[in-house]
Design a protein around this ligand. Structure first.
Ligand SMILES: Cc1ncc(COP(=O)(O)O)c(C=O)c1O
Length: 463
């Protein structure tokens, strides 16, 4: 077959792009066009894993490096100049985080952590007192893991299901919130504002609904914040875990729990560590915990060398202005394209609803879903970076692929627990156990989704 010439390819692209612009005028964003050209010079492929991690701009890295070259930062909480400088920058960043979320500093506080996971883990200190932990089936494993601590603490743990459209089953959720199993103790409801699997936005109204019924609410904002705004003057969750690399890529290893100050009283931390203690004696079995909330829960030395870069990142995000329209338009284009692609008996099944920043799909050969990792590997070789797997969100995976651990033969078989992996689910159930996720952020443009769609066509053709 004759190879399509470069000029023909360019013409094809131009025609499709013109149609796309007519359909999605909200795509147009010269600030982002410019940013992509000037600030992401290391980008040499299609990066479609924004829910996994955001990418840093050159300026963000350079600005922080310059700052470190010109300033000495000492371990905080002392009185000498390098230490005070670190304290000053940390305080400035705490305030910037609250301001970014439009949170009242009288009401909310920032506890620095190494990421969303360690922020969520602070809830290990939650005093259930015989109460309940309610989780949505759509949750990241860093939230699911809390259930083991809650069970050990004597709490009732319940899940509330999701529908085939991967939305919350609202009727059941209303019931679970209205009729907890346990009427004693404290009740904690945890859900993601955006699913890291499907990209679905879950209504923020659940925060208020749950709180009115007496629940404390942790709103997992880790996947939500990169492309959506959270206004804590309007909606007021009690706990909000965040990972900053998901917003602007640099530095990794810094996150926080934004906490309503009056909820510290529901956290009972049994131990102390460097930084979280006011007075301790070795001779006497005696200690006085730190009384300032964030200091009590920040164990050891926080990342004082990296935290000033978070301030810069938040400033950068503010300057970006509105960019959601661009992202949803390219994701919608890809969603439509993948739904339509068919080569012989090979096709693509798209699992999520259209309209947000993510496309979740699988490749089908002769009607059967193929191992998603094969597509990821082939795409990666072609410079296209999408993710495959269950994305640490087994609840959505189980819903999509209709399996659960108990259903599988190996559950009662000779296989040892540590030998179990996703392949076993596939082999034993004959079902695929993972999807492909293309997720987008302000770095992406139309050429990215065009390339993914074109690559997918070619992939189907050679299966
Ligand atoms: C919704 C959600 N919650 C929690 C996490 C955990 O974040 P981290 O791994 O940065 O601690 C992630 C990470 O992907 C996530 O998407």
């Amino acid at each position: 077959m004759k190879q399509q010439s470069i000029t023909e390819k360019k013409e094809d692209f131009d025609v499709v792009f013109t149609d796309f612009l007519l359909k999605y005028p909200e795509y147009i964003n010269p600030v982002l066009d410019d940013l992509r050209k000037t600030e992401f010079t290391s980008l040499n492929g299609v990066y479609a894993d924004w829910t996994g991690a955001g990418l840093p701009t050159n300026s963000l890295i350079e600005k922080h490096m310059r700052f470190l070259q010109r300033n000495i930062l000492g371990n905080p909480h002392s009185f000498h100049k390098p230490s005070s400088k670190a304290d000053e920058k940390i305080m400035q960043t705490r305030n910037a985080i609250l301001s970014f979320l439009n949170a009242n500093p009288e009401e909310y506080e920032v506890v620095f952590t190494s990421g969303a996971t360690s922020a969520i883990l602070i809830l290990q200190h939650y005093m259930f007192g015989g109460g309940e932990l309610l989780l949505t089936a759509d949750n990241h494993n860093s939230v699911n893991g809390l259930r083991e601590i809650a069970k050990k603490k004597g709490a009732t743990v319940r899940y509330t299901p999701i529908t085939n459209e991967l939305q919350f089953d609202e009727e059941v959720l209303q019931k679970r919130l209205s009729y907890p199993r346990s009427w004693n103790g404290n009740k904690l409801f945890v859900y993601p504002a955006k699913s890291n699997y499907s990209g679905n936005i879950h209504s923020l109204d659940w925060v208020n609904i749950a709180q009115e019924k007496g629940w404390d609410v942790m709103l997992d904002a880790a996947a939500f914040l990169p492309n959506n705004k959270l206004d804590l003057s309007v909606v007021k969750p009690d706990f909000i875990p965040i990972s900053f690399y998901k917003l602007f890529g640099y530095p990794t290893g810094i996150g926080c729990l934004v906490i309503k100050k009056d909820k510290y009283r529901k956290l009972d931390k049994m131990w102390f560590s460097g930084g979280s203690i006011l007075l301790v004696s070795v001779k006497l079995d005696y200690f006085v915990p730190e009384s300032i909330g964030h200091m009590r829960f920040e164990d050891g030395t926080i990342n004082f060398g990296g935290i000033p870069a978070i301030f810069n990142g938040l400033e950068f995000m503010k300057e970006l202005g509105e960019y959601k329209g661009r992202i949803t338009s390219i994701a919608s284009y890809l969603h439509d394209s993948l739904c339509k692609i068919k080569v012989g008996s090979n096709s693509v099944v798209v699992h999520n609803i259209k309209g947000n920043d993510t496309v979740v799909f699988n490749i089908k050969k002769d009607g059967n879903i193929l191992d998603a990792s094969l597509f990821e590997q082939a795409a990666s070789k072609a410079g296209i970076y999408v993710r495959n797997g269950c994305f640490c969100n087994p609840g959505v995976n189980e819903k999509l692929f209709g399996y659960s651990v108990k259903d599988e033969e190996f559950y009662n078989s000779e296989i040892l627990p540590y030998e179990i992996n996703l392949n076993h689910f596939e082999e034993n159930s004959g079902k695929p156990v993972g999807a492909l996720r293309a997720s987008f952020g302000y770095v992406n443009d139309f050429s990215d989704v065009y390339k993914i769609a074109e690559f997918t066509k070619k992939y189907l053709a050679i299966l």
